[in-house]
Design a protein around this ligand. Structure first.
Ligand SMILES: [Cu+2]
Length: 158
């Protein structure tokens, strides 16, 4: 009985991994969060991924590496069920417009730098708005409806 149960669990885990790989970024296309990675991280909401100095990249959205971050943009659009760009790097003091709607409510996500301008889940934005990022750090955000499908992003403020 026990053995059989463990085997079933393994099978389910493998199916989930296979499903997530369908969202791998396409060469030349926008960087989109990999839902497989987002869901399999396990420590995503623990808050331990970013140190107080903000020197660590976020590890749960496909924004793990410096090269994943787009620069020169000041707006984040919604493309399907993804943010574009999902990983955006801006200087401190930059005002960034982030798209949102009733279908895609925007809220901050745990694990980033405290005190950012993106509203908490209790007051999620349902329209596009401009947020000024005064302090350096990593500010992860999510669509409260489609977060599980990988609809997440990060603003890296230097
Ligand atoms: Cu959404």
């Amino acid at each position: 009985m026990m053995k059989n149960h463990a085997w079933m669990t393994g099978l389910i885990a493998m199916a989930l991994v296979a499903c997530g790989s369908n969202n791998d970024p396409v060469d030349g296309g926008p960087i989109v969060p990999d839902s497989g990675r987002a869901d399999s991280g396990g420590g995503t909401d623990a808050g331990g991924d970013t140190d107080a100095g903000g020197s660590a990249f976020m590890s749960f959205t496909g924004c793990e590496n410096e090269g994943d971050y787009e620069t020169g943009d000041t707006s984040v659009a919604i493309a399907g069920f993804s943010y574009n760009p999902a990983c955006l790097r801006v200087p401190a003091g930059t005002a960034v417009m982030i798209a949102a709607s009733a279908v895609h409510p925007l809220a901050s996500r745990d694990g980033g730098t405290a005190g950012g301008p993106i509203p908490a889940a209790g007051s999620a934005a349902t329209a596009a708005a401009t947020y000024t990022f005064a302090a350096p750090g990593f500010y992860p955000y999510r669509c409260t409806v489609h977060e599980g499908a990988g609809m997440v992003g990060v603003i890296w403020v230097e």
